[in-house]
Design a protein around this ligand. Sequence first.
Ligand code: DGL
Length: 241
Amino acid sequence: VVVGVFDSGIGGLSVVKSLKRSKYFKKIIYYGDTARVPYGSKDKNTIISYSLEALEFFKNFDLELLIIACNSVSAYALEELNKNAPFPVVGVIEAGIEACNDLDKDKNILVIGTKATIESNLYKIGLEKKGFKNIIQLATPLFVPLVEEKIFDGPILKEVMKYYFNGIKTDYIVLGCTHYPLIKDKISNFFGGIKTIHSGEAIVKLLEKEYKLEKKFKSIKIEFFASSNPEQLKSIAKEWL
Ligand code: DGL
């Protein structure tokens, strides 16, 4: 199976990591719109038009599926993408919500994401449908440039976590932005090591259910493309994958 993976930047690598581990895929075409990251602070129309431009790039390949490894795009552009794509396009939000199924619905659950994702309310609506009663939503956009700058640890990250999280009490945390798994342990530890829900792992489970996938590819070929500085993307990919 040849799949495309799209993110505004390097965050989608967290999804690639899970796809790679699954052995379901023969080849991944990754495209990060690093020239225009972040998407999450932009408005809906801008996110849709950037996403449709990315789709034109993916049309150059013979894809069986396009995975939108970006919550902000999944929140606003999935319908438009599916209308215009010659292959199915799946997002990460539905998968992220599905992955919360086995959690205790009476406990507190914190959803963090970009402004776009949080304002879309899609996680909140989905989690309410699942029976969660204590949902806290929080836009934490500053984590995105930190991750893009490879700041995965240290005093700046700590300060940003304090700035966003001080006073919040939660039992679970949904990483509603694909950049966040790269700092997953730091975020979890801030709350004393709580469970995090990660859309990369969730999307593999969802695809397993919806497509007949076979674990047959021992190795995977990944091609990386970026709208700016592809070398930086490749070097982070090398480290992270
Ligand atoms: N990684 C993306 C997401 O999941 C977007 C981050 C951004 O571009 O703001 O929302």
